[in-house]
Design a protein around this ligand. Structure first.
Ligand SMILES: *[C@@H]1O[C@H](CO)[C@@H](O)[C@H](O)[C@H]1NC(C)=O
Ligand SMILES: *[C@@H]1O[C@H](CO)[C@@H](O)[C@H](O)[C@H]1NC(C)=O
Ligand SMILES: *[C@@H]1O[C@H](CO)[C@@H](O)[C@H](O)[C@H]1NC(C)=O
Ligand SMILES: *[C@@H]1O[C@H](CO)[C@@H](O)[C@H](O)[C@H]1NC(C)=O
Ligand SMILES: *[C@@H]1O[C@H](CO)[C@@H](O)[C@H](O)[C@H]1NC(C)=O
Length: 529
């Protein structure tokens, strides 16, 4: 059993402490003139091509930045001891065959800690209970990433168990790394559960990574993306394989990118979609949505032209009339009109209040019931593991009650889930109720009004997308008086990714809202670097 008393992280880091950390690598890759700040996949690939940057230099840079920044931000749980070797291999491959490489070849990617890797990295959903468990194979998405030569940089911290253990734990908290910190305003929530992925993607003033993967069951990609001023894509359920990813519900879980730009996110999406024999029939059914030539074809600068956009306000827009957000959103809407979109305002989805109520919609009962079944199946597939069932995980937490870090926030959701007895008729009714809500709600509205997307502030449409398995994209939309980021989310019906990408990309290009983080409050230090 590894020591569970990891050093408690201190908020009051000083420049002196920071710089006195001994670094295995130079602070910046010194023999490269590459501009790391706000680097994109394209700028990195161009530098690879011209010879001004190598994957090894890039990985070195990120590793030293992670070592510096992570004590403040807690975005990364583990770095991959093999990352440098993978980078060197990519450099060699590029030198030998410098053509037709995937856009992600040689690009470092950080994976949320519930995404399984059959390597030296642990896969723990942020929990000590799973430390030392061994997955029997790479997750479906990682299999694809390795094949195209992406560099697995490490695992990102997250809300423990994808926020499905305790109702009281703060967003972004897990026992293994403590609470993740929003790099814009330290006192603001980073949201979750893909908190570490979003923080690492955002924290680019001094870079931690190029691109990241998160997972979403209800809001867990788009909410942290919004909170950390980056782009999140929640794909249609089944478009990306969930095989060997620590689950909540196969009916709702989906894997997607969190990146600084829509373009980078689309490159990642292109790399991870597709059929996986280990996640069938879901990936087989959703494969019909994948466009020939991939999603990057829809990175269309003029992508707002002719699009029909429905604005959901009641229940979704909670900004007060004179707030920065309210003003900025009106500017965004008028810009969209200028760019040729047709906006239909004040639309309503039938039963909105029921859909947004986690308990009333049936989502709570369905998820707690599905979680036990899905987690027990995941644990049964592991080559070895200290825990083999939800009951074991609960005992583990009980047995480590004294370790404050583990027991801090209880495990109410676990207990609720453990008390369920499979998918009985009550649960099936809850699931069909959600299907009804979706069909009478978003499906009916979008079809009747011929909408390409519905739009709301922040991640407010999370539950709509969650209960129906629909896709969504969130894009930075602004910063409030305190500098806390806010975002805009576009949602659509299953398989609507191409038009959502057109809309999100054109919106992003027209607004260019994103700024690198200011590292306010406790982060004076970083701007001094
Ligand atoms: C995985 O966890 C084990 C403890 O069980 C630890 O020794 C090892 O260093 C971890 N792997 C990485 C890559 O950090
Ligand atoms: C949803 O709304 C429709 C009509 O607007 C209504 O007939 C139906 O009973 C509602 N369903 C639920 C679950 O509230
Ligand atoms: C929903 O709320 C009711 C009443 O507040 C509660 O009794 C019930 O346990 C909740 N449902 C679930 C699945 O937790
Ligand atoms: C089905 O399971 C749920 C959750 O454990 C329980 O509340 C409900 O009473 C059960 N329904 C039936 C018909 O047994
Ligand atoms: C907006 O406010 C309503 C009513 O107070 C609340 O039910 C809802 O959860 C809020 N929505 C968001 C996205 O904050």
């Amino acid at each position: 059993m590894p020591s569970l008393y990891l050093h408690r992280f201190s908020f009051s880091f000083t420049l002196v402490t920071l710089l006195s950390l001994s670094l295995p690598f130079p602070l910046y890759a010194q023999d490269s003139s590459f501009e790391f700040t706000e680097a994109t996949v394209d700028s990195i690939q161009a530098a690879f091509k011209s010879g001004s940057l190598t994957s090894v230099q890039l990985v070195q840079h990120y590793l030293s930045m992670i070592q510096n920044l992570n004590p403040l931000l807690r975005a990364v749980i583990e770095v991959n001891p093999d990352a440098m070797t993978q980078a060197a291999k990519a450099d060699l491959e590029r030198r030998r065959y410098p053509y037709n490489r995937n856009r992600l070849h040689g690009i470092p990617i950080l994976l949320k800690d519930n995404i399984g890797t059959a390597d030296k990295l642990n896969t723990t959903a942020g929990s000590f209970a799973l430390l030392g468990s061994v997955v029997s194979r790479d997750s479906g998405v990682v299999t694809r990433l390795r094949k195209i030569g992406a560099v697995i940089l490490g695992k990102a911290s997250m809300s423990e168990w994808a926020y499905f253990r305790s109702e009281t734990a703060p967003s972004g908290w897990c026992a293994r790394s403590g609470k993740g910190i929003n790099p814009y305003v330290a006192s603001a929530s980073p949201c979750g559960s893909s908190s570490g992925s979003a923080i690492a993607a955002a924290a680019n003033m001094v870079n931690m990574v190029t691109v990241t993967l998160g997972t979403e069951t209800d809001g867990s990609i788009i909410c942290p993306a919004v909170a950390n001023s980056v782009v999140g894509i929640k794909p249609t359920v089944g478009l990306t394989s969930r095989s060997m990813v620590i689950p909540i519900s196969p009916r709702q879980d989906t894997i997607g990118p969190i990146c600084r730009t829509v373009r980078d996110a689309v490159y990642v999406l292109d790399a991870i979609v597709g059929y996986d024999v280990y996640d069938s029939p879901a990936t087989k059914e959703a494969a019909k949505y994948i466009p020939k030539g991939g999603y990057r074809r829809f990175l269309n600068f003029d992508g707002l032209r002719g699009k029909k956009i429905g604005i959901l306000r009641e229940g979704f827009f909670n900004f007060s009339k004179n707030s920065v957000q309210a003003k900025v959103f009106e500017q965004h809407f008028s810009l969209m009109r200028k760019k040729g979109a047709v906006l239909i305002d004040n639309l309503q989805i039938a039963n909105t209040s029921v859909i947004l109520d986690y308990n009333q919609s049936g989502e709570e009962l369905a998820l707690v019931s599905e979680f036990k079944v899905a987690l027990n199946y995941y644990l049964s597939q592991l080559t070895s593991s200290p825990v083999r069932s939800l009951a074991d995980v609960i005992s583990f937490n009980e047995n480590h009650k004294k370790e404050e870090r583990i027991q801090e926030y209880g495990q109410l959701i676990f207990l609720e889930s453990e008390s369920t007895k499979g998918i009985n008729s009550t649960v099936r009714n809850a699931i069909s109720n959600m299907a009804q809500l979706s069909s009478k709600g978003i499906e009916t509205l979008m079809k009747e009004k011929h909408l390409d997307t519905i739009v709301t502030e922040n991640a407010a449409l999370g539950p709509i997308l969650a209960i129906g398995g629909y896709p969504g994209i969130s894009v930075p939309a602004g910063y409030d008086e305190k500098g806390v980021p806010f975002g805009i989310s576009f949602g659509g019906l299953k398989g609507f990714e191409p038009r959502l990408i057109e809309i999100a990309y054109a919106f992003e290009q027209a607004t260019k809202v994103r700024k690198p983080p200011s590292f306010k409050d406790n982060f004076q230090i970083v701007s001094d670097l």
